[in-house]
Design a binder for this molecule. Structure first.
Ligand code: CP
Length: 316
C-alpha cells in the first residue's frame, strides 16, 4: 500500500473520523510501529511535514531516519540507460532498493521544477521510488500533489463544519516567487470528495490543470466567489498553462479583513508557510477565525492515520 495521492484513500469520511479519534489517544497504537523504521527523504525544505511526520511515526512507536538529499545525498540519476559520466553519482534503481533494506516505509518530498512541465507531470522522483523501492511509499509533497496536507485540511474542515452544507472557496493570492501547484491540486481533489459547495477563484491565466479541476466551478471575480463562504482556503500557485510563470502580483487579490467581511464569517485556512501582508493581511491571520495553527497541528494526525493504515496493511 502506497500513499502517493488523496485518491489512495478508500473512504475519506472514515479516515477523517479515525484521525479525529487518534487525536484523542495518539499513543494507543504504539505496538504497530515497534521495531519499524520510516526513512524520510527530503529533496526540498520543510518545517511542518518534516516535524509532523516524525511526530506521527514516534506516536506509532516507529523510529524515523531523516535524510536531506538536496545537500547530503549523492546526486541521483532517474533516467534509464544513461551514460553516467556527468554530475549524477548514483542511480535511483540502486538507491531505492538500498534504502528499502534499511526502512519499512519510505516518505519522499520532491517538488516540481516548474521549468519542465512534462517531467513534473510524470512525477519523476516519486514514480521512480514507487517502481524500484520494495516497501510502501508516502508522498510528503511531490510535483503534482500534497496529499498529507489535503488530508489534514479535510480533518480541519470536519472539526469546524457548520450545521449546513458548507461553501468552501479556494482563492489564489499574490506571491513574489513562482510556487508549485501541489497543495491546490490535492485540496481540489479532496474537496471533490466532499458534500460541499466548492468554488475556485483566481485571476485569468492561473487556471490549474484541467485534468484535476474537472467540473469544479471557477469564478474569476474573487468578491463574487467570497459571498456566503464558510471557509476561505488561500494559496498562491504559478501559472499552469504558461508553465511556472508569475503572471501577476496583483495586491487586489490579497486576503483582507474587508474581503472576509463579504463572507458568512468564514474561517481562514492556509497550509503555511505564508507571507504576511502579501498573501494575507495580519488582521485576518491573527483573527479568531484563522485556522492555520489547527491545520498545522492536524498534519500530525493526517500522517499518523496514513502510517497506521500502511502498518496495518503490511501485517495482513
Ligand atoms: N504545509 C507544509 O507542507 O509545510 P512545510 O513545507 O513546512 O512542510
Amino acid at each position: 500500500m502506497n500513499y502517493v495521492s488523496i485518491n489512495n484513500i478508500d473512504n475519506l469520511e472514515n479516515w477523517v473520523e479515525e484521525a479525529i479519534s487518534l487525536k484523542k489517544n495518539p499513543l494507543n497504537f504504539q505496538h504497530l510501529g515497534k521495531n519499524k523504521t520510516i526513512g524520510m527523504l527530503f529533496f526540498n525544505n520543510s518545517l511542518r511535514t518534516r516535524l509532523s511526520t516524525q511526530k506521527a511515526a514516534i506516536n506509532l512507536g516507529m523510529t524515523p531516519i531523516v535524510m536531506n538529499f538536496g545537500n547530503e545525498g549523492w546526486a541521483l540519476e532517474f533516467e534509464d540507460g544513461t551514460v553516467m559520466n556527468q554530475t549524477k553519482s548514483e542511480h535511483v534503481k540502486e538507491a531505492a532498493q538500498v534504502i528499502s533494506q534499511f526502512c519499512d516505509i519510505i516518505a519522499i518530498r520532491a517538488f516540481a521544477s516548474l521549468s519542465d512541465k512534462e517531467k513534473d507531470l510524470s512525477e519523476e522522483v516519486l514514480t521512480a521510488f514507487v517502481k524500484y523501492a520494495t516497501v510502501p511509499i508516502v508522498n510528503m509533497e511531490s510535483s503534482v500533489g500534497h496529499p498529507l496536507q489535503a488530508l489534514a485540511d479535510a480533518i480541519t474542515l470536519a472539526e469546524n463544519k457548520p450545521n449546513h452544507k458548507p461553501k468552501v472557496v479556494l482563492s489564489w493570492a499574490p506571491h513574489p516567487k513562482a510556487l508549485p501547484h501541489a497543495v491546490a491540486n490535492s485540496f481540489i481533489e479532496m474537496m471533490q470528495k466532499q458534500d460541499a459547495d466548492f468554488v475556485i477563484t483566481h485571476p485569468k491565466g492561473y487556471d490549474l490543470d484541467p485534468n484535476i479541476v474537472k467540473n469544479t466551478p471557477v469564478e474569476y471575480n474573487q468578491e463574487s466567489a467570497f459571498a456566503e463562504a464558510d471557509f476561505i482556503y488561500t494559496k498562491n500557485w504559478s501559472a499552469f498553462e504558461d508553465y511556472g510563470k508569475v503572471l501577476s502580483q496583483d495586491k487586489n487579490w490579497t486576503i483582507t479583513k474587508e474581503k472576509m467581511a463579504k463572507t458568512n464569517q468564514a474561517k481562514f485556512m492556509h497550509c503555511l508557510p505564508v507571507r504576511r501582508n502579501v498573501v494575507v493581511a495580519d488582521a485576518v491571520l491573527d483573527s479568531k477565525n484563522s485556522l492555520v495553527i489547527e491545520q498545522a497541528n492536524n498534519r500530525t494526525f493526517s500522517a499518523q492515520i496514513v502510517l497506521k493504515k500502511i502498518l496495518e496493511n503490511s501485517k495482513k
